[in-house]
Design a protein around this ligand. Structure first.
Ligand code: GUN
Ligand code: ZN
Length: 434
C-alpha cells in the first residue's frame, strides 16, 4: 500500500539551530513559495514549490495556502491547564496570588467532570493559538492528569503532563503525601508514559510545597524512570527564594535543593529561573536541565527579568512558556513579543528568528523531543501552524511595508494573536481551522 501523501504550498520558515542574538542566516530556512510534503503524518520533504511540485504524483493532494505562512507548531514549555479560568486575576505577587486565585481554582478539580471539561477547553485553546505540544501542570488530583491526557490523545497531540505533588505549605484539601504522591505518579507513568505521543512528567509544584520526604520520594521515582520528565518551578520570585533559603539552610541555592533530591537531570524542566548565579547555571547546564522562559507571567506577577543571554551563554536549553494562569496568554506569538521586551529592558536583543527558535526547535530541545518535532526535517512529525499575516486589518496594513521575512515575522510576533492562526495541523491532520 502506498503512503497517504499531502502537500502544503505557502511561504514556509523553520529553524535548523539557534539563530542567536545576531540572527545567523544558516540557522534557518525560508521558502518564499515553499512546499511541505507530508506522508502518513510525517514530513517527507520541504523545498521550493517550483522544484517539488513536478516530482509529486497525481495522487498527492496539494493544499494551497496563498499568502499564508507555515511554520512548525508552537511548543509551550510550561503551562497550568487548571488555571485556564483564572487568567488575568488582579493584583498579587506569586505567594499571595497562589493563595488567592490558583489554589481555589485547583481545589475545584476534586470533581473529575470539571477536570474533563477544562482539559478539553484548554486543548482547544492551545490549538487555536497554534500550539501543538505543551508541558502541562495538572492539579494534585490524579484524575486531573487522566483528563488532560485523554483530551490530548483525542487530538493525537504530543503532550507531556503530570499530577502535582504538594504536601505542605498549601491548603489541606490540596495535599497529597510522600507515599501517595509516589504511588499515584507511578501508576500514572505506567498508564500514560509513551502511550501514543504522550509523556509523563513527575511534577513537584516547587520546593516550598513538598516536604523533604516527598522530594526524596520524587527523586526515587525519577531514578526508577530515567526517561520521564521532571517539571517544577525555580527561583521565580524574591519572597519565594527567601522562603526556600529559610526552609533548606543546608543547601547552597534553590537549584541545589532539587539537585540534592535527584531532580536535576536531562528532561528536568524548570519554569522561570530568574534568580540564579553562575554556579547554578553551570550545574543546570552540566546536568542537562532546561529552563522555561515565561515573560508574560514574570511581568504580570511582578517577578523579574529572565536573563536569556546568560542562560544560553551557559549552554542551557531554553524554551518559551506561557505559564497561564500566572501568564496572560496562551499565544506563543504574544509570549515571544513579551520576551523581546523583557530582553530589551536588559539591553539584549531578540531577533524574530531567535524568537521563532524559542517557540519551536529550542523548546523541542529543552524538552528532549527534537528528534520528533521542532522543525521540518524529513521524518519528523507533521505538526505545523498556518499563519495569516492579514489576520487583522492592522497587520494587513503593516505587511505592506515589510521587505524581508525577518521584518514580517517580527511584526507578526509583535501584533498577531489567535486571529492570525488560520489552521493548526497535528500529525498531518487539521485540528483547528478558522
Ligand atoms: N510556583 C508554584 N506554583 C506556581 C504556579 O501555579 N504558578 C506560578 N507562576 N508559579 C508557581
Ligand atoms: Zn507555573
Amino acid at each position: 500500500m502506498t503512503a497517504m501523501r499531502q502537500a502544503f504550498q505557502a511561504t514556509i520558515v523553520h529553524c535548523l539551530e539557534d539563530p542567536g542574538e545576531h540572527s545567523t542566516p544558516s540557522a534557518y530556512e525560508h521558502f518564499e513559495d515553499g512546499l511541505l510534503v507530508v506522508a502518513d503524518g510525517h514530513i517527507e520533504a520541504l523545498g521550493d514549490a517550483g522544484d517539488l511540485l513536478p516530482t509529486l504524483g497525481d495522487d498527492v493532494l496539494v493544499t494551497e495556502y496563498r499568502d499564508k505562512l507555515i511554520m512548525p507548531g508552537f511548543i509551550d514549555c510550561h503551562v497550568h491547564y487548571p488555571q485556564l479560568d483564572i487568567v488575568g486575576s488582579y493584583g498579587e505577587q506569586l505567594l499571595d496570588w497562589l493563595n488567592r486565585y490558583a489554589y481555589p481554582a485547583e481545589a475545584q478539580f476534586a470533581d473529575p467532570n470539571h477536570a474533563r471539561e477544562v482539559a478539553s477547553a484548554f486543548v482547544e485553546q492551545l490549538l487555536l493559538n497554534g500550539t501543538t505540544t505543551a508541558l502541562v501542570f495538572g492539579t494534585v488530583h490524579p484524575h486531573s492528569a487522566d483528563a488532560i491526557f485523554e483530551a490530548a490523545a483525542a487530538r493525537d497531540m504530543r503532550l507531556i503532563a503530570g499530577k502535582v505533588l504538594m504536601d505542605c505549605h498549601c491548603p489541606e484539601e490540596l495535599r497529597d503525601d510522600a507515599e501517595s504522591a509516589y504511588r499515584d505518579s507511578k501508576a500514572l507513568i505506567e498508564k500514560w508514559h509513551n502511550h501514543g505521543r504522550l509523556g509523563y512528567a513527575i511534577t513537584p509544584r516547587f520546593a516550598l510545597t513538598s516536604s523533604a520526604e516527598q522530594l526524596t520520594a520524587a527523586g526515587r521515582l525519577a531514578a526508577e524512570h530515567p526517561d520521564v520528565w521532571i517539571h517544577t518551578h525555580l527561583a521565580e520570585n524574591r519572597g519565594e527564594v527567601d522562603e526556600i533559603e529559610r526552609l533548606f539552610p543546608a543547601r547552597r541555592s534553590y537549584l541545589d535543593v532539587y539537585d540534592y533530591y535527584g531532580l536535576l537531570r536531562r528532561r528536568a524542566v524548570f519554569a522561570h529561573c530568574l534568580y540564579m548565579d553562575d554556579a547554578d547555571r553551570a550545574s543546570m547546564s552540566a546536568a542537562g536541565g532546561a529552563a522555561a522562559f515565561c515573560p508574560t507571567s514574570n511581568l504580570f506577577l511582578g517577578s523579574g527579568l529572565f536573563d536569556l543571554s546568560a542562560m544560553r551563554a551557559a549552554n542551557i536549553r531554553c524554551g518559551l512558556g506561557t505559564d497561564v494562569g500566572g501568564g496572560t496568554s496562551l499565544s506563543l506569538l504574544k509570549t515571544a513579543s513579551e520576551a523581546y521586551k523583557v530582553l530589551h529592558l536588559q539591553d539584549h536583543a531578540l531577533p524574530a528568528m531567535r524568537a521563532l527558535y524559542l517557540a519551536t526547535l529550542g523548546a523541542a530541545e529543552a524538552l528532549y523531543v527534537d528528534e520528533h518535532i521542532g522543525n521540518f526535517l524529513p521524518g519528523k512529525e507533521a505538526d505545523f501552524v498556518v499563519l495569516d499575516p492579514a489576520g487583522s486589518s492592522l497587520t494587513a496594513r503593516r505587511m505592506a511595508t515589510t521587505d524581508t521575512i525577518e521584518e514580517a515575522l517580527f511584526a507578526l510576533l509583535t501584533l498577531a494573536d489567535d486571529r492570525h492562526v488560520a489552521a493548526t495541523y497535528v500529525s498531518g491532520r487539521v485540528q483547528h481551522a478558522l
